[in-house]
Design a protein around this ligand. Structure first.
Ligand SMILES: *[C@@H]1O[C@H](CO)[C@@H](O)[C@H](O)[C@H]1NC(C)=O
Ligand SMILES: *[C@@H]1O[C@H](CO)[C@@H](O)[C@H](O)[C@H]1NC(C)=O
Ligand SMILES: *[C@@H]1O[C@H](CO)[C@@H](O)[C@H](O)[C@H]1NC(C)=O
Ligand SMILES: *[C@@H]1O[C@H](CO)[C@@H](O)[C@H](O)[C@H]1NC(C)=O
Ligand SMILES: *[C@@H]1O[C@H](CO)[C@@H](O)[C@H](O)[C@H]1NC(C)=O
Ligand SMILES: *[C@@H]1O[C@H](CO)[C@@H](O)[C@H](O)[C@H]1NC(C)=O
Ligand SMILES: *[C@@H]1O[C@H](CO)[C@@H](O)[C@H](O)[C@H]1NC(C)=O
Ligand SMILES: *[C@@H]1O[C@H](CO)[C@@H](O)[C@H](O)[C@H]1NC(C)=O
Ligand SMILES: *[C@@H]1O[C@H](CO)[C@@H](O)[C@H](O)[C@H]1NC(C)=O
Ligand SMILES: *[C@@H]1O[C@H](CO)[C@@H](O)[C@H](O)[C@H]1NC(C)=O
Ligand SMILES: *[C@@H]1O[C@H](CO)[C@@H](O)[C@H](O)[C@H]1NC(C)=O
Length: 586
């Protein structure tokens, strides 16, 4: 009897693995490892309010300053988004001569020849800029629109910030400046490329924008109804509640917010006046609690948030939980933006992300340790794997290694690299059969962690009783929850690594929390014919297994009850030792 069950179980496993492996359609630019890591991080942080999530990115300035204000400079925008950039910062210039928003910081003269591809050197206020006549905000919005609509699925959707910095191309009207007007005043459509209101600029992506209106209606509903999910209850204590990532992406179906971080418009008779449409679409300056940290402020903030092994006394022991609760509950979008004078050191980037800030790359070039200079595109290509608050760089390991990840080791013991630990540098995929300490999380206070001392378990043995009442095996869902866990590990003198509640046991590369048997939510995101093919054989097998298990239960009531966990462990172990199915089916 046992043999049949094992055989069928293995068969079902094999079929599942063969048909449900979650490899995205590989294109030249997507990196499978990054894709999986970002999806896992997104899924884990779904219950967290959007303001508490680090959203690293770059400013278009850094592209334009290097290569000119041309269409070619923004031709790789999509690639940057695929590599994990979540924030785009744009400087918009209000041209007082033409009353048009433009990207080029200098006005276009009216006597120029009309040609979209014309690239000109323009001087304004003693600086010369290389600008292409045809480049408008529309080029950026259409790239953004294409990317957002092509990733508008439960599998791929992510949330973006569009930061706007408003500036003026200003002149004082006087006898002296009459000449300027003669040069720059509008001339039919020749120097009138672009839009004249912020609302028009954002029109192409307007259906995806998380607007002040959406927020207001969310707040209204929120105060009426009570959400019972545990993390929601904790984060709902905040005075200025932001909806969770899950609510925004999969409840409101919104994909980005537009946040005016600075408004340097020069006050004049010709200044841009926001209209009611703008107010409904955009978070104008001051309407969203946001802070821009200087590098020094960011360093000080991170020193407080991230526990330091050398000086663990930054926060008094007994106050750590309330410290992290206080940060988690004070609604704030926290950005740190660099400049040419002081570009980020690359090793700072991952630290900023880890302490909950959103670093925005804004300098022309960056130094690596070997003194080579990199532009933003290179920084993203080379350092993409460091922009995670969760995973250690390079994790989760996949591809060709994966066939080696689950099999018997040389001494015949079982090995399954499918469970996630918290390591010094972040999450790491570890062998489920190794014994580590366990990260227990207070079910109603996510920053409250307890590491039971002298209790090492392998992943399959972890039991409800291993955590004290009110706690359970947990996974940090935000940078702050993770920092609180590191801090608890120090306080309890625990040994890193510790198990967290995350694994890809049921479906390879689909990381889920909820114990070893948690189901991958994406199994059914396939076409119906594919779905039928996928589910038919394994469901028949499962049915047979169920019947056999039922029979076995009747025949051997007692032993099955008591040995159940060991039994399952053995079955799964057996499977891993005999089959090496986890790769991409070729
Ligand atoms: C875009 O990326 C490709 C390589 O991926 C690179 O060769 C090209 O120079 C980039 N374009 C710009 C404008 O930097
Ligand atoms: C446009 O006008 C400016 C100043 O009046 C002059 O310097 C420039 O040569 C003119 N350009 C063309 C293409 O006529
Ligand atoms: C603009 O200036 C740069 C040097 O500053 C020069 O290399 C380039 O040829 C100029 N472009 C035009 C269109 O005049
Ligand atoms: C441009 O430079 C001239 C002389 O160098 C100076 O007098 C003028 O104030 C400068 N204009 C601006 C806007 O900086
Ligand atoms: C501007 O020019 C007009 C006449 O051309 C003159 O009356 C006026 O005083 C001038 N203003 C200034 C500020 O120079
Ligand atoms: C905004 O500008 C673009 C490019 O000039 C144009 O195609 C589009 O129609 C404008 N949008 C509105 C709403 O005027
Ligand atoms: C933490 O401990 C210090 C001294 O041991 C005490 O003064 C302080 O009130 C405590 N704070 C809390 C929140 O219990
Ligand atoms: C909580 O945070 C606010 C500012 O964010 C600060 O003023 C206050 O002192 C903090 N309270 C505690 C107990 O840390
Ligand atoms: C919320 O507001 C109350 C009173 O206005 C204040 O006492 C409390 O500290 C605030 N909480 C947070 C997390 O800012
Ligand atoms: C994908 O990213 C990983 C790091 O996360 C890196 O090691 C690997 O070389 C990248 N692969 C490609 C094809 O860029
Ligand atoms: C869990 O956290 C809540 C809220 O922070 C607290 O009231 C409760 O006492 C904690 N539970 C335990 C078992 O410590």
């Amino acid at each position: 009897m046992q043999v049949y069950i094992k055989f069928l179980l293995i068969l079902s496993f094999a079929l599942n693995l063969a048909f449900c492996d979650l490899s995205p359609q590989e294109t030249s630019t997507t990196n499978r490892s990054l894709d999986i890591a970002y999806r896992a991080q997104r899924d884990v942080s779904r219950p967290i309010p959007i303001d508490q999530q680090s959203s690293p990115g770059f400013s278009l300035n850094s592209l334009f300053e290097n290569k000119g204000y041309t269409m070619e400079s923004v031709s790789n925008l999509t690639e940057l988004l695929q590599l994990g950039a979540r924030t785009i910062s744009i400087d918009l210039y209000w041209n007082e001569f033409t009353s048009i928003w433009q990207l080029c910081p200098a006005p276009f003269p009216k006597n120029m020849t009309y040609d979209m591809n014309n690239v000109m050197n323009l001087t304004w206020e003693n600086k010369t800029y290389t600008c292409q006549v045809g480049l408008t905000t529309n080029n950026i919005m259409s790239s953004l629109y294409n990317f957002i609509s092509s990733t508008n699925t439960k599998f791929d959707a992510n949330f973006f910030h569009l930061i706007l910095n408003l500036k003026s191309i200003h002149y004082e009207k006087s006898n002296r400046t009459m000449a300027l007007e003669n040069i720059y005043f509008p001339n039919s459509e020749i120097n009138l490329m672009g839009n004249s209101t912020l609302g028009d600029i954002l029109a192409p992506i307007s259906s995806y924008i998380f607007t002040p209106e959406v927020l207001a209606s969310y707040r209204e509903r929120k105060s009426a109804e009570v959400d019972n999910s545990e993390s929601q209850v904790f984060y709902a204590q905040s005075n200025f509640t932001m909806p969770s990532l899950n609510t925004v992406l999969f409840g409101e179906y919104k994909r980005l917010l537009v946040n005016v971080l600075s408004n340097e418009l020069v006050d004049s008779r010709r200044v841009y006046k926001t209209n009611s449409q703008d107010e409904k679409t955009i978070f104008l300056k001051g309407t969203l609690p946001s802070t821009v940290f200087s590098s020094a402020e960011a360093d000080a903030f991170c020193a407080k948030v991230l526990p330091d092994h050398n000086s663990r006394s930054v926060i008094p022991f007994n106050d750590t939980i309330s410290f992290y609760n206080n940060i988690s509950l004070s609604t704030h979008f926290r950005y740190v933006i660099d400049s040419d004078a002081k570009p980020f050191a690359l090793e700072d980037l991952s630290r900023y992300v880890r302490c909950g800030l959103s670093p925005i790359l804004n300098a022309k070039s960056y130094h690596t340790t070997e003194e080579t200079l990199l532009d933003v595109e290179h920084v993203y290509r080379d350092f993409a794997s460091y922009f995670f608050w969760s995973w250690k760089s390079g994790e989760p390991r996949i591809s060709s290694e994966s066939t080696d990840l689950s099999r018997s080791s040389s001494d015949g013991s079982n090995v399954a690299y499918k469970c996630v630990v918290l390591n010094v540098e972040g999450w790491d995929v570890a062998d489920c059969y190794t014994e580590y300490q366990i990260a227990c999380q207070n079910q109603t206070g996510p920053n409250d962690w307890y590491i039971p001392p002298h209790n090492r378990k392998n992943y399959f043995e972890i039991d409800k009783d291993d955590c004290p009442p009110g706690y359970s095996l947990g996974v940090p869902r935000s940078s702050f929850e993770m920092a609180a866990l590191y801090s608890a590990i120090l306080d309890h003198d625990a040994t890193i690594p510790v198990w967290i509640d995350l694994n890809d046991i049921t479906v390879s590369s689909c990381f889920v929390s909820g114990g070893p048997y948690a189901q991958c939510p994406y199994q059914r995101t396939v076409t119906t014919t594919k779905f039928a093919r996928m589910i038919a054989p394994s469901s028949i097998v499962s049915l047979v297994i169920l019947i056999l298990i039922f029979l076995e239960k009747i025949l051997r009531k007692n032993t099955l009850q008591t040995n159940r966990k060991k039994y399952w462990k053995k079955v799964i172990a057996e499977h891993y030792s005999k089959h090496e199915y986890e790769g991409v089916p070729s």
